[in-house]
Design a protein around this ligand. Structure first.
Ligand code: IDP
Ligand code: MG
Length: 183
């Protein structure tokens, strides 16, 4: 299975973007989606979703020791989020630029947080911080593993590693405008 996993991991970059509950409540879903659409990245997954507590804790496990962790989990589970997978060369770093600094008061005007938010604890949107985390948060690489190695009894473990999307929720497609975005 290693070649297949490596292939999945080496495919074009993908990033997990999420409109957080404040963004959904404030009616900013279309605005956020539109910024990534206009940039020219490819949408491959999209859903409105009520995040359960265990998933929120797994997603933010690196921040577990931070004093704001309990508030962060409460915030992320406080209402529906919009989960998105976006694909394209360089999409992870570019999306972080479009989103702006973690603290919206430090975020540049023109960025999502710079234009639409004022507080770190209500900063409207999440974006993966590395290509590896993009794969992990979307779950596609582990999908490939699951498809080919569901007999290995590793399924449960692998499913836990694929955070926000299940098998069949990611769409492979070619946008009609692809040739007008890349030479
Ligand atoms: P990021 O979202 O820009 O990658 P991280 O440092 O990974 O920032 O933190 C994840 C999320 O945790 C932030 O987007 C924000 O919602 C929340 N957070 C981070 N630092 C603080 C803080 O000091 N107070 C309250 N919430 C915070
Ligand atoms: Mg982060």
């Amino acid at each position: 299975f290693l070649p297949r996993l490596v292939a999945a991991l080496e495919e074009v970059d993908e990033t997990y973007i999420m409109v957080k509950p404040d963004g959904v409540q404030r009616g900013l879903v279309g605005e956020v989606i539109s910024r990534f659409e206009k940039k020219g990245f490819k949408l491959t997954g999209l859903k409105l979703f009520q995040c359960p507590r265990d998933l929120a804790e797994e997603h933010y496990k690196d921040l577990k020791a931070k004093p704001f962790f309990p508030k962060l989990i409460k915030y992320i589970t406080s209402g529906p989020v919009v989960c998105m997978a976006w694909e394209g060369v360089g999409v992870v770093a570019s999306a972080r630029k479009l989103i702006g600094a973690t603290d919206p008061l430090q975020a540049e005007p023109g960025t999502i947080r710079g234009d639409l938010a004022v507080q770190t604890g209500r900063n409207v949107v999440h974006g993966s911080d590395s290509p590896e985390n993009g794969k992990r948060e979307i779950g596609k690489a582990f999908d490939a593993l699951l498809r080919y190695y569901h007999l290995l009894n590793l399924s449960d473990m692998i499913t836990n590693l694929a955070l926000w999307f299940k098998e069949g929720e990611i769409c492979e497609w070619t946008p009609a405008v692809a040739q007008w975005l890349r030479e």
